[in-house]
Design a protein around this ligand. Structure first.
Ligand code: GLN
Length: 532
């Protein structure tokens, strides 16, 4: 029988349920169990590709080319393994599938309803992965109070009947409220959250309390009594220095044992390797300052994977990586800002992550010029690489009216363009290069030195490419176009000769960095920045 852990949330959203999901997945993975994680997102989109970076943070991409919620990235960074499009279920995917089946007469003479048709579809999606793994952890997005969550909660309740009580385990995460004017701890919201869950017929096996202070025994006993949950299964989740510490904190409270006993599994866990890396994050020996010039810098989570990749690289090099976010608009308002930051904030390295849209391209090009001319180590990702090519074509190759076809179809020198094969495709989604693509690296390139391999796979999320008509002229002047994906002859990396660290990639390397396997391009940037 498949074994499934369900993680729900209550009272408020934004408690970072994913940290609990990912940490439990990590702990159980360390017992040599085959683990899978699935996120159910109640929003109405089919995928996260069309969501605003301001509203819904980063859009993550799986290796098989699915645009998902950033939580999948969080899980992968903990597990160090790849999940797939099967790990992301949204309301609209479920409805779309039911509607398609209805049109194909699969439910002939039946009334198609939320229960059982929508709920069955949800259950099928869960069981599809659960049947192939030892333990599957399903995070139900949003809170148990949201209307949109209802069909998901009904489906996960039914699975208890379908699979048997001993094969499902329900974890609820809720906020332990502290009244800031009196310092008093209030358990009533938690009690109500548990009552709400029970309205769906779900009894929590474990309650994780998000709290800023340590929980007293008395509070635990009270919650245990009033919520009808074993005292040992009332777990405290206090703020920690780094989220990567949470598995250890849960381990200390015996979370793994409670879950494995429930499932009748006898296994031991071993988080020693993981804890070693966490120790390195907490005790850095060196420090480095990296400037992130981006388009959406209001929320850290917009660049979640990039910021995490620096933590991983920092851990590997026992270095604290300080990141300063600079909105590219600032360069427009204050053209001296880069110079000023270099002097006053001691910029050691620069990164420009990917983005969509024309705004501020001109100022990003200024940032390229600044890093290029001042020999500052830098890494450019996706649109960042395209802008680097544009800057080089304009200022070094001295081409006139340089642009990307994305921004000016009539520009004289469209150094970034759609490939011929893409031109007749009308549906924008189909012109996207999404997911894993192979690149073959030249043996003498910096990229090869960093990766240590000739053939690599990186994740992509873009439409435009370096225009083949300009490969030659770019190469003459600089640029190591290192190198092209084998079939389409697409440029995957560019590098600048005679520069301490100048590398740009059309891919999104940040999606493949995990705590126990830092990404070579980020490690390379931090290393070069330490020497700058
Ligand atoms: N807008 C660019 C393209 O579609 C790059 C997108 C990105 O940075 N992810 O090619």
């Amino acid at each position: 029988m498949p074994k499934i852990i369900f993680v729900t949330g209550g009272i408020v959203s934004g408690l970072w349920k994913w940290v609990i999901t990912a940490s439990i997945a990590k702990i159980l993975q360390s017992a040599w169990l085959k683990i899978w994680v699935l996120k159910m997102d109640p929003y109405l989109q089919v995928d996260a590709g069309t969501m605003s970076p301001y509203e819904h943070w980063e859009c993550y991409v799986t290796y098989d080319g699915w645009e998902t919620d950033l939580d999948l990235g969080n899980y992968e960074r903990f597990l160090g393994t790849y999940l797939s499009k099967k790990s992301n279920v949204t309301t609209w995917q479920i409805y779309l599938s039911v509607i398609e089946k209805e049109r194909a007469w699969k439910y002939l003479w039946k009334t198609v309803q939320i229960v059982p048709h929508i709920t069955n579809e949800i259950k099928d999606r869960i069981l599809e992965v659960a049947n192939k793994n030892d333990i599957t952890i399903v995070e139900v997005g949003w809170t148990v109070w949201d209307i949109e969550s209802a069909p998901f909660l009904e489906a996960i309740r039914q699975l208890k009947r379908d699979l048997g009580r001993e094969n499902v385990f329900y974890i609820h995460l809720a906020l332990l409220l502290e009244l800031d004017f009196s310092g008093e701890i209030k358990t009533k919201p938690i009690q109500h959250s548990i009552i709400k869950l029970r309205e769906y017929g779900i009894t929590a096996d474990m309650l994780v309390c998000r709290t800023s202070k340590s929980m007293s025994e008395k509070i635990k006993q009270k919650i245990s009594m009033l919520c009808d949950i074993d005292e040992n299964s009332v777990i405290e989740w206090k703020n920690v220095e780094t989220i990567y510490e949470v598995p250890e904190k849960l381990q200390e409270q015996n979370v793994w044992n409670i879950i494995l006993q429930h499932f009748w599994i006898t296994k031991n866990i071993n988080l020693n390797d993981w804890d070693e890396v966490v120790k390195k994050i907490k005790n850095p020996k060196k420090e480095v300052n990296i400037l992130l010039v981006g388009k959406y810098t209001k929320f850290d989570d917009t660049y979640k994977s990039v910021l995490e990749a620096f933590k991983h690289a920092g851990a590997e090099l026992e270095t604290k990586v300080n990141i300063k976010l600079l909105e590219s608009e600032e360069i427009e308002k204050n053209p001296e800002i880069l110079e000023k930051l270099k002097k006053e904030w001691f910029v050691d390295g620069i990164i420009v992550p990917g983005w969509f849209g024309k705004r501020w391209i001109k100022w990003m090009m200024e940032a390229v010029k600044f890093a290029r001319e001042n020999n500052i180590p830098f890494l450019w990702i996706c649109l960042g690489m395209q802008v680097a090519v544009m800057e080089f074509a304009k200022n070094v190759c001295k081409l006139e009216d340089v642009n990307s076809e994305e921004f000016d179809e009539n520009a004289k020198n469209k150094v970034i363009a759609l490939m011929e094969e893409q031109k007749n495709i009308k549906n924008l989604w189909w012109t996207m290069r999404l997911g894993h693509y192979e690149a073959v690296l030249e043996k003498w390139s910096l990229a090869y030195k960093l990766y240590g391999e000739e053939k690599i796979l990186e994740r992509h999320r873009h439409r435009y490419e370096v225009n083949p008509a300009y490969h030659k002229i770019l190469q003459e002047k600089w640029l190591v176009l290192s190198w092209k994906s084998p079939n389409w002859k697409l440029v995957e990396f560019i590098e600048l000769k005679n520069h301490p660290y100048f590398i740009a990639t059309q891919a999104h390397p940040e999606f493949q960095s995990s705590l126990q396997k830092a990404h070579p391009l980020f490690v390379g940037l931090v290393k070069a920045s330490l020497n700058s």
